[in-house]
Design a protein around this ligand. Structure first.
Ligand code: UD1
Ligand code: UDP
Length: 356
């Protein structure tokens, strides 16, 4: 069984770390394609090194650009690889331009596509990730859902064949690595004390590329930073916009650092008092770590965490953000196994290699 896995952006390296390992364990011959969408050392190489990912068999060096450029170049180059390698299945992860490119290539070449993290839906419907999710789900043959809600979402769109509840692969990884991370070392590196700071990440295009929203968010973080330390590993997209618009002064005493490797992110999350984020992965990892997240979005694919009161949606409302970041108290208990049993990678691999 030959499987071609497509990755390109930071969250996909993390998901591939789980699924790729299991695919190879169950005897698949895996060809790994990196589209090159993320290319800085701290956005790509650090994940390959720390998570011991397979070295990509192909790096397509697509880099940054418009959506059409990134998706189009990725498609052209993935197609060349797929024609040469003739895989039995193409695996794609999440909702980036690399995801939709891999899915469209597979569908057009009639190679079955497996979508890991299928069925998530969120408003606004015109956000790039939502477009990528819908197209990918409608062109996939295997749809591995991280939540029960995702299965319901697919049903509403008439998709029920090939749909599996796998659980969340990021939960697998979190469980596997959390005890091996030296939290104290990371806290010392950044001069932080346990449960006495807020961790924030911001990179969503509707927040960075809309000046009013960005100003609201940065101003709120700035105000919060005078009450409690705020640490902000900053995505290059956000840094670029803040530089262009010269908005650094809004951040007050916020401590801005470069993007951190996965184990540092987990340590920073697990020891924080609260998380403020627009990241899909981080809002869920916060829950895994027992910390609640204030979510800078109007809606989220991880809606169950909002419904149970663990996380809160504040969109880009400055006052709401400040109030919730400082005062939100999550419930004392949560339903078990919202994201599966930590064996999503095994389930996905067994189904793809035909053992289940
Ligand atoms: C992409 C995904 C988003 C995901 C995020 C994870 C799409 C449409 N978006 O968004 O869903 O949540 O990755 O982090 O696929 N840049 C660098 N160095 C890099 C990578 C990017 O400087 O290594 C800068 C460039 O200026 C680039 C900008 O960041 O133009 C945006 O990068 P891009 O990959 O287009 O989108 P993300 O915002 O990273
Ligand atoms: N992450 C990391 N270092 C950082 C920020 C994020 O290791 O400085 C990890 C974190 O585990 C997160 C994943 O990268 O879940 C993907 O995050 P990102 O916010 O880039 O993408 P999204 O999940 O929103 O698509």
């Amino acid at each position: 069984m030959k499987i071609l896995s497509v990755v390109g952006a930071r969250p996909q390296f993390i998901k591939e770390a789980v699924v790729g390992e299991q695919l190879r364990r169950y005897g698949a011959h895996e060809i790994l394609v990196h589209t090159g969408q993320h290319y800085d050392v701290n956005m790509s190489d650090v994940f390959f090194r720390y998570l011991e990912l397979k070295k990509p068999d192909y790096n397509l060096s697509v880099g940054s650009g418009t959506h059409a450029y990134q998706t189009g170049m990725s498609m052209i180059r993935i197609e060349e690889v797929a024609i040469k390698e003739k895989p039995d299945i193409i695996v794609v992860y999440g909702d980036t331009n690399a995801t939709v490119a891999g899915a469209l290539v597979g569908a057009k070449l009639k190679i079955p596509v497996a979508h890991v993290e299928a069925g998530l839906r969120q408003k606004p419907k015109d956000m790039p990730e939502e477009i990528n999710r819908v197209v990918t789900d409608h062109t996939s043959k295997f749809l591995f859902c991280p939540t029960k809600k995702a299965i319901d979402n697919l049903k509403l769109e008439g998709i029920s064949k090939g749909v599996y509840f796998a659980g969340d692969v990021m939960y697998d990884l979190f469980l596997r690595l959390k005890d091996s991370i030296d939290d104290q070392k990371v806290l010392e590196k950044y001069g932080l004390q346990r449960e006495s700071y807020i961790l924030t990440t911001v990179h969503r295009d509707f927040n960075t590329d809309n000046e009013e929203r960005l100003r609201n968010i940065l101003t709120a973080l700035g105000e919060i930073s005078y009450v409690i330390p705020v640490v902000f590993p900053m995505h290059p997209r956000t840094k670029k916009v803040i530089n262009q618009k010269n908005l650094w002064n809004l951040l007050g005493k916020t401590r801005v650092i470069d993007p951190v490797p996965y184990h540092e992110l987990v340590a920073l999350l697990a020891n924080s008092l609260k998380v403020v984020t627009d990241s899909g992965g981080v809002q869920k990892e916060a829950y895994f770590a027992g910390v609640s997240a204030i979510v800078l979005m109007p809606d989220t694919g991880w809606i169950e965490l909002i419904e149970h009161g663990w996380n809160v949606l504040v969109d880009a409302d400055k006052d709401h953000l400040i109030e919730k970041a400082l005062n939100h108290v999550p419930p004392s208990s949560m339903p078990k196994e919202l994201y599966g049993d930590g064996k999503a990678g095994v389930k996905i691999a067994r189904i793809l290699v035909g053992e289940d």
